[in-house]
Design a protein around this ligand. Sequence first.
Ligand SMILES: [Fe+2]
Length: 269
Amino acid sequence: MKIIQVTDVHLGRRGELRFGADLHQRFASCIAHINAHHADAALCVVTGDLTETGAAQSYADLRATLGTLSTPYRLLPGNHDRRAYLAAAFPELPVDENGFVQSVHDTGNEVLLFLDGLAEGRIEGELCAMRLAWLRARLDEAAGRPVYVFLHHPPVALGLPQLDPLALQQPERLLDLLERHGNVRHIFFGHVHRDIAGTVAGIPFSAQRGLHARFELALDRSSEIVEQAPPSYAVILLDSAARRVVIHGCDFLEQWPAYSAETGQPITV
Ligand SMILES: [Fe+2]
């Protein structure tokens, strides 16, 4: 099964440049690239920070561009989002019984779980008792089948002094549940605007760089320097029977020099 992960779209006002980039243009190029190369994907998951300020107009803009996407999609809120405006713009988006933007994609063979870690007005993420109870019930229903989890905030300290305090709070409450299920194969998230992979509580995880600028890599200090890395989305290949998860990063705006492997001569592609 092929899944696309797009993250940290940060749609703001039309025509606005942030750190030299037009996020509207970027998002449209991203969707066009997915349509051209991965229209066979089962699902496109956008893991939060859909908008920059949570403005209603930004969700309308988001919806207009997503209308051109040729795959089904699922949206998760990030700390920049406003749940009410998101839900109003996407009334068909599944929510849980308490109105949190949490949902399930159950293929029969495996279960994808989408979590809502938004704590309105705060940068860090939270999964309150209600959201955790929903998750516990979904994990029970999965009954040992392979589970893949998507959320916005990292449920793990990444060694980034600036961003670690802004991660999911009390991550052990989530990790304990996932560990107890015993068959959670991967956790996918965004928030840090950087490609990172590792394991936590024995569960593999990956962060996706996404579409927006980021702080420079600083493992020993905070930094006020923002760098404009090439925007990227992830192509995820899941084969639950083979216990295989493969994640390709796709820098969709980049065009590197190309050469013929046969002649060594430059070619145009
Ligand atoms: Fe973000």
